[in-house]
Design a protein around this ligand. Structure first.
Ligand code: ZN
Ligand code: ZN
Length: 104
């Protein structure tokens, strides 16, 4: 991937130009294949991961790290932020945006 692709330039209907930063890759987590014990990397949010070594399907827990951890996308910079459940507001470490977290 070349550095020239880091920004997406969008021409708006009124002829203004919007420069958007390319979205960061989704967060990754790891699990160990139940069949062959290979450590697999997967994208958080996936329901199943197929092992590249033995082709077995591994079910993914919806909360891979701990029961009190959740993810929210910053509406300021689109970074996916990890936070501990129970907080009403979290601060983005990238752009210092304050994000109100849905408690449901
Ligand atoms: Zn495997
Ligand atoms: Zn942010």
């Amino acid at each position: 991937m070349s550095s020239a692709e880091e920004h997406i330039i969008v021409q708006m209907p009124d002829n203004s130009i919007l420069i958007a930063t390319k979205l960061p890759p989704p967060p990754k987590a790891r699990l160990r294949c139940w069949s062959c014990q290979t450590t697999l990397e997967y994208t958080i949010g996936s329901a199943q991961v197929q092992c590249a070594i033995c082709s077995q399907m591994n079910g993914v827990s919806s909360t891979p790290h701990s029961a009190g951890t959740a993810y929210v996308k910053c509406d300021g910079c689109s970074t996916t932020l990890k936070y501990t459940k129970g907080f009403e507001r979290i601060k983005c470490g990238v752009c210092n945006n304050i994000i109100a977290v849905d408690q449901s």
